[in-house]
Write a protein that binds this ligand. Structure first.
Ligand code: RUB
Length: 320
Protein backbone atom coordinates (compact mmCIF):
# COMPACT_ATOMS: atom_id res chain seq x y z
CA UNK A 1 0.00 0.00 0.00
CA UNK A 2 1.27 3.44 -0.92
CA UNK A 3 0.67 4.82 2.59
CA UNK A 4 2.87 2.30 4.41
CA UNK A 5 5.44 2.38 1.65
CA UNK A 6 5.62 6.18 1.66
CA UNK A 7 5.91 6.31 5.45
CA UNK A 8 8.78 3.83 5.30
CA UNK A 9 10.48 5.65 2.42
CA UNK A 10 10.33 8.96 4.30
CA UNK A 11 11.66 7.35 7.48
CA UNK A 12 14.59 5.71 5.68
CA UNK A 13 15.19 8.86 3.59
CA UNK A 14 14.51 7.19 0.26
CA UNK A 15 12.15 10.13 -0.06
CA UNK A 16 13.89 13.15 1.41
CA UNK A 17 14.00 16.94 1.25
CA UNK A 18 11.18 18.90 2.86
CA UNK A 19 9.25 19.69 -0.33
CA UNK A 20 9.38 16.16 -1.72
CA UNK A 21 8.40 14.73 1.68
CA UNK A 22 5.37 17.04 1.78
CA UNK A 23 4.19 16.10 -1.71
CA UNK A 24 4.75 12.38 -1.10
CA UNK A 25 2.66 12.56 2.10
CA UNK A 26 -0.14 14.41 0.27
CA UNK A 27 -0.06 11.82 -2.51
CA UNK A 28 -0.16 8.94 -0.01
CA UNK A 29 -3.17 10.44 1.78
CA UNK A 30 -4.86 11.01 -1.56
CA UNK A 31 -4.45 7.41 -2.58
CA UNK A 32 -5.48 6.15 0.86
CA UNK A 33 -8.62 8.30 0.88
CA UNK A 34 -9.65 6.82 -2.45
CA UNK A 35 -9.03 3.19 -1.60
CA UNK A 36 -9.77 2.43 2.06
CA UNK A 37 -12.81 0.26 2.53
CA UNK A 38 -15.04 1.69 5.23
CA UNK A 39 -18.79 1.79 5.63
CA UNK A 40 -19.36 5.26 7.05
CA UNK A 41 -17.93 8.73 7.48
CA UNK A 42 -16.96 8.22 11.13
CA UNK A 43 -14.86 5.16 10.27
CA UNK A 44 -13.31 7.04 7.37
CA UNK A 45 -12.30 9.91 9.66
CA UNK A 46 -10.71 7.51 12.13
CA UNK A 47 -8.77 5.67 9.42
CA UNK A 48 -7.58 8.90 7.82
CA UNK A 49 -6.57 10.30 11.17
CA UNK A 50 -4.44 7.22 11.84
CA UNK A 51 -2.89 7.43 8.38
CA UNK A 52 -2.04 11.09 8.94
CA UNK A 53 -0.43 10.31 12.27
CA UNK A 54 1.58 7.47 10.73
CA UNK A 55 3.02 9.85 8.16
CA UNK A 56 3.75 12.61 10.67
CA UNK A 57 5.62 10.19 12.93
CA UNK A 58 8.20 9.38 10.24
CA UNK A 59 10.48 12.41 10.62
CA UNK A 60 10.01 15.14 13.19
CA UNK A 61 11.80 18.24 11.84
CA UNK A 62 10.51 19.21 8.38
CA UNK A 63 7.37 21.21 9.15
CA UNK A 64 6.33 20.85 5.52
CA UNK A 65 5.15 17.37 6.50
CA UNK A 66 2.54 18.35 9.14
CA UNK A 67 1.63 21.41 7.09
CA UNK A 68 0.96 19.22 4.02
CA UNK A 69 -1.00 16.69 6.08
CA UNK A 70 -2.98 19.53 7.59
CA UNK A 71 -3.72 21.00 4.17
CA UNK A 72 -5.10 17.65 2.96
CA UNK A 73 -6.90 16.64 6.15
CA UNK A 74 -8.70 19.96 6.43
CA UNK A 75 -10.88 18.64 3.58
CA UNK A 76 -12.60 16.52 6.22
CA UNK A 77 -14.01 19.42 8.16
CA UNK A 78 -16.83 20.38 5.79
CA UNK A 79 -17.73 16.90 4.47
CA UNK A 80 -21.17 15.48 5.30
CA UNK A 81 -20.95 12.14 3.55
CA UNK A 82 -18.36 9.50 2.78
CA UNK A 83 -18.14 10.24 -0.98
CA UNK A 84 -17.91 13.94 -0.22
CA UNK A 85 -15.09 13.34 2.25
CA UNK A 86 -13.18 11.15 -0.19
CA UNK A 87 -13.40 13.67 -2.96
CA UNK A 88 -12.61 16.65 -0.69
CA UNK A 89 -9.41 14.97 0.46
CA UNK A 90 -8.40 14.06 -3.07
CA UNK A 91 -9.03 17.60 -4.19
CA UNK A 92 -7.03 19.10 -1.30
CA UNK A 93 -4.14 16.76 -2.01
CA UNK A 94 -4.13 17.69 -5.70
CA UNK A 95 -4.25 21.38 -4.83
CA UNK A 96 -1.39 21.03 -2.37
CA UNK A 97 0.82 19.12 -4.81
CA UNK A 98 0.09 21.54 -7.63
CA UNK A 99 0.73 24.61 -5.51
CA UNK A 100 3.90 23.08 -4.08
CA UNK A 101 5.34 22.54 -7.56
CA UNK A 102 4.23 25.98 -8.62
CA UNK A 103 5.83 27.50 -5.51
CA UNK A 104 9.21 26.04 -6.48
CA UNK A 105 8.91 27.67 -9.91
CA UNK A 106 8.00 31.03 -8.37
CA UNK A 107 10.88 30.78 -5.91
CA UNK A 108 13.25 30.01 -8.78
CA UNK A 109 12.17 33.16 -10.61
CA UNK A 110 12.44 35.38 -7.53
CA UNK A 111 15.62 33.79 -6.21
CA UNK A 112 17.40 34.05 -9.57
CA UNK A 113 17.03 37.84 -9.38
CA UNK A 114 19.34 37.81 -6.39
CA UNK A 115 22.02 35.94 -8.30
CA UNK A 116 24.25 38.14 -10.47
CA UNK A 117 26.24 37.34 -13.55
CA UNK A 118 29.67 36.14 -12.43
CA UNK A 119 28.55 35.11 -8.92
CA UNK A 120 30.22 32.32 -7.02
CA UNK A 121 27.57 30.55 -4.94
CA UNK A 122 27.70 28.08 -2.12
CA UNK A 123 24.94 25.61 -1.27
CA UNK A 124 24.55 22.91 1.34
CA UNK A 125 22.64 19.64 1.29
CA UNK A 126 20.19 19.00 -1.53
CA UNK A 127 17.42 21.54 -1.64
CA UNK A 128 15.01 21.53 -4.53
CA UNK A 129 14.09 25.17 -3.85
CA UNK A 130 17.69 26.43 -3.55
CA UNK A 131 18.76 24.48 -6.63
CA UNK A 132 15.79 25.81 -8.61
CA UNK A 133 17.11 29.38 -8.06
CA UNK A 134 20.60 28.38 -9.20
CA UNK A 135 19.31 26.52 -12.27
CA UNK A 136 17.08 29.43 -13.21
CA UNK A 137 19.97 31.91 -12.96
CA UNK A 138 22.00 29.61 -15.21
CA UNK A 139 19.08 29.28 -17.62
CA UNK A 140 18.94 33.07 -17.86
CA UNK A 141 22.52 32.97 -19.13
CA UNK A 142 24.23 34.17 -15.96
CA UNK A 143 27.77 32.84 -15.63
CA UNK A 144 27.87 31.17 -12.22
CA UNK A 145 30.06 28.83 -10.26
CA UNK A 146 28.96 26.77 -7.27
CA UNK A 147 30.61 25.34 -4.18
CA UNK A 148 28.58 22.34 -3.01
CA UNK A 149 29.28 20.53 0.25
CA UNK A 150 29.52 16.79 0.73
CA UNK A 151 26.89 16.65 3.54
CA UNK A 152 28.06 13.90 5.79
CA UNK A 153 26.81 11.37 6.77
CA UNK A 154 24.20 10.81 4.03
CA UNK A 155 26.05 12.61 1.24
CA UNK A 156 23.13 14.52 -0.21
CA UNK A 157 25.79 16.69 -1.85
CA UNK A 158 26.21 13.93 -4.44
CA UNK A 159 22.66 14.50 -5.64
CA UNK A 160 23.31 18.23 -5.80
CA UNK A 161 26.52 17.99 -7.82
CA UNK A 162 24.90 15.59 -10.27
CA UNK A 163 22.13 18.11 -10.94
CA UNK A 164 24.60 20.98 -11.27
CA UNK A 165 26.85 18.92 -13.50
CA UNK A 166 23.94 17.91 -15.73
CA UNK A 167 23.11 21.59 -16.16
CA UNK A 168 26.72 22.24 -17.18
CA UNK A 169 27.35 24.53 -14.19
CA UNK A 170 30.95 24.83 -13.00
CA UNK A 171 30.89 23.15 -9.59
CA UNK A 172 33.37 22.61 -6.77
CA UNK A 173 32.61 19.67 -4.50
CA UNK A 174 34.02 20.30 -1.03
CA UNK A 175 34.19 18.71 2.40
CA UNK A 176 31.74 20.13 4.94
CA UNK A 177 34.76 21.18 6.97
CA UNK A 178 36.20 23.20 4.06
CA UNK A 179 33.41 25.77 4.09
CA UNK A 180 35.30 28.51 5.95
CA UNK A 181 38.42 27.86 3.88
CA UNK A 182 36.54 28.75 0.69
CA UNK A 183 34.10 31.34 2.02
CA UNK A 184 36.14 34.34 0.87
CA UNK A 185 35.68 33.18 -2.72
CA UNK A 186 31.90 33.06 -2.35
CA UNK A 187 29.50 35.90 -3.25
CA UNK A 188 26.27 34.33 -2.04
CA UNK A 189 25.21 31.34 0.03
CA UNK A 190 21.88 29.83 -0.89
CA UNK A 191 20.24 27.04 1.09
CA UNK A 192 16.80 25.54 1.63
CA UNK A 193 14.84 25.06 4.84
CA UNK A 194 13.04 22.34 6.71
CA UNK A 195 11.34 24.78 9.02
CA UNK A 196 11.26 28.51 9.68
CA UNK A 197 10.16 29.81 13.04
CA UNK A 198 8.06 32.88 13.76
CA UNK A 199 11.20 34.86 14.63
CA UNK A 200 12.88 33.97 11.35
CA UNK A 201 15.27 31.28 12.57
CA UNK A 202 15.94 28.70 9.88
CA UNK A 203 16.11 24.99 10.56
CA UNK A 204 18.01 23.17 7.83
CA UNK A 205 20.52 20.37 7.32
CA UNK A 206 23.17 20.06 10.03
CA UNK A 207 26.07 22.33 9.16
CA UNK A 208 23.92 25.18 7.85
CA UNK A 209 24.41 27.21 11.03
CA UNK A 210 28.18 26.80 10.75
CA UNK A 211 28.08 27.93 7.12
CA UNK A 212 25.96 30.93 8.14
CA UNK A 213 28.51 31.84 10.78
CA UNK A 214 31.36 31.66 8.27
CA UNK A 215 29.33 33.70 5.78
CA UNK A 216 28.56 36.31 8.42
CA UNK A 217 32.22 36.60 9.33
CA UNK A 218 33.19 37.00 5.66
CA UNK A 219 30.28 39.45 5.05
CA UNK A 220 28.85 37.08 2.46
CA UNK A 221 25.08 37.21 2.07
CA UNK A 222 23.02 34.14 2.87
CA UNK A 223 19.58 33.59 1.40
CA UNK A 224 17.10 30.85 2.16
CA UNK A 225 14.75 29.46 -0.49
CA UNK A 226 11.61 28.17 1.17
CA UNK A 227 7.96 27.68 0.28
CA UNK A 228 5.46 29.27 2.68
CA UNK A 229 4.53 25.82 3.99
CA UNK A 230 8.02 25.52 5.50
CA UNK A 231 7.00 28.15 8.08
CA UNK A 232 5.96 26.71 11.43
CA UNK A 233 2.71 28.14 12.84
CA UNK A 234 3.07 26.54 16.23
CA UNK A 235 6.27 28.44 16.95
CA UNK A 236 3.97 31.42 17.54
CA UNK A 237 2.89 29.60 20.66
CA UNK A 238 6.49 29.18 21.73
CA UNK A 239 6.86 25.62 20.54
CA UNK A 240 10.31 24.58 19.47
CA UNK A 241 11.10 22.63 16.34
CA UNK A 242 12.23 19.13 17.23
CA UNK A 243 15.65 18.38 15.83
CA UNK A 244 15.82 14.82 14.56
CA UNK A 245 18.76 12.83 15.84
CA UNK A 246 19.41 9.84 13.62
CA UNK A 247 21.20 6.59 14.34
CA UNK A 248 24.90 6.78 15.14
CA UNK A 249 25.49 3.95 12.67
CA UNK A 250 25.10 6.53 9.88
CA UNK A 251 28.30 8.12 11.16
CA UNK A 252 30.34 5.21 12.53
CA UNK A 253 29.86 1.56 11.53
CA UNK A 254 28.44 -0.55 14.37
CA UNK A 255 31.46 -2.87 14.39
CA UNK A 256 33.77 0.05 15.08
CA UNK A 257 31.39 1.67 17.56
CA UNK A 258 31.17 -1.59 19.54
CA UNK A 259 34.94 -1.57 20.03
CA UNK A 260 34.79 1.95 21.52
CA UNK A 261 32.70 1.45 24.59
CA UNK A 262 33.24 4.99 25.97
CA UNK A 263 32.25 6.70 22.77
CA UNK A 264 28.74 7.81 21.95
CA UNK A 265 28.09 8.97 18.39
CA UNK A 266 25.84 12.03 18.13
CA UNK A 267 24.06 12.51 14.84
CA UNK A 268 21.65 15.45 14.74
CA UNK A 269 20.28 15.79 11.22
CA UNK A 270 19.46 19.51 11.40
CA UNK A 271 20.52 22.70 13.13
CA UNK A 272 19.11 26.16 13.75
CA UNK A 273 20.48 29.26 12.07
CA UNK A 274 19.48 32.40 13.98
CA UNK A 275 17.64 35.07 11.99
CA UNK A 276 20.52 37.54 12.30
CA UNK A 277 22.62 35.35 9.99
CA UNK A 278 19.93 35.22 7.32
CA UNK A 279 19.72 38.10 4.84
CA UNK A 280 16.61 37.09 2.94
CA UNK A 281 14.03 34.34 2.75
CA UNK A 282 12.76 33.77 -0.77
CA UNK A 283 9.22 32.40 -0.76
CA UNK A 284 6.77 31.98 -3.64
CA UNK A 285 4.99 35.08 -2.33
CA UNK A 286 8.11 37.23 -2.48
CA UNK A 287 11.44 37.73 -0.75
CA UNK A 288 11.24 38.80 2.87
CA UNK A 289 13.72 39.63 5.59
CA UNK A 290 13.57 36.91 8.29
CA UNK A 291 11.99 39.41 10.68
CA UNK A 292 8.80 39.20 8.62
CA UNK A 293 8.34 35.45 9.11
CA UNK A 294 5.35 36.18 11.32
CA UNK A 295 3.52 37.87 8.46
CA UNK A 296 3.90 34.78 6.24
CA UNK A 297 2.47 32.58 8.96
CA UNK A 298 -0.38 35.01 9.59
CA UNK A 299 -1.22 35.64 5.97
CA UNK A 300 -0.66 32.31 4.25
CA UNK A 301 -0.92 29.65 6.91
CA UNK A 302 -3.42 31.31 9.18
CA UNK A 303 -2.14 32.38 12.53
CA UNK A 304 -4.79 30.65 14.60
CA UNK A 305 -4.17 27.33 12.92
CA UNK A 306 -1.33 25.01 13.61
CA UNK A 307 0.21 22.17 11.78
CA UNK A 308 -1.61 18.88 11.93
CA UNK A 309 -1.87 17.86 15.58
CA UNK A 310 -2.46 14.37 16.77
CA UNK A 311 -6.18 13.83 17.07
CA UNK A 312 -7.14 17.27 15.84
CA UNK A 313 -8.07 18.50 12.40
CA UNK A 314 -8.06 22.25 12.30
CA UNK A 315 -9.64 24.54 9.82
CA UNK A 316 -7.46 26.19 7.20
CA UNK A 317 -9.58 28.44 5.03
CA UNK A 318 -6.57 30.43 3.97
CA UNK A 319 -4.17 27.57 3.24
CA UNK A 320 -3.72 27.14 -0.47
O1 RUB B 1 17.91 19.84 4.80
C1 RUB B 1 17.43 19.45 3.76
C2 RUB B 1 17.15 18.03 3.48
O2 RUB B 1 17.41 17.20 4.58
P1 RUB B 1 17.20 15.60 4.43
O3 RUB B 1 18.04 15.16 3.28
O4 RUB B 1 17.63 15.05 5.75
O5 RUB B 1 15.71 15.38 4.18
C3 RUB B 1 17.01 20.45 2.70
O6 RUB B 1 17.88 21.54 2.67
C4 RUB B 1 15.60 20.96 3.06
O7 RUB B 1 14.74 19.86 3.29
C5 RUB B 1 15.00 21.79 1.94
O8 RUB B 1 14.87 20.98 0.79
P2 RUB B 1 13.77 21.27 -0.34
O9 RUB B 1 14.07 22.67 -0.83
O10 RUB B 1 14.02 20.22 -1.37
O11 RUB B 1 12.44 21.17 0.29
Amino acid sequence: MLLTETAEDIRTMKIRGAGRIARAAAEALREYAGTIEVSDLAAFRTEMQEAAEQLIATRPTAVSLPNAVHAVMSGLSGADSLPEARSALRERADTFIRSSLHAVEEIAAIGARHISDGDVLMTHCNSEAALACILEADRQGKEIEVYATEVRPRNQGLVTIRTLNDAGIRTNYILDSAVRYFMNEVDLVIVGADAITVNGAVVNKIGTAQIALAAHEARTNLIVAAETYKFAPRTILGELIEIEERSGSEVLPDTLARALSHVRVRNPAFDVTPAEYVDLIVTEKGAIPPGLAYSIIKEYLGWSIGEFHKGLVMNSENHE
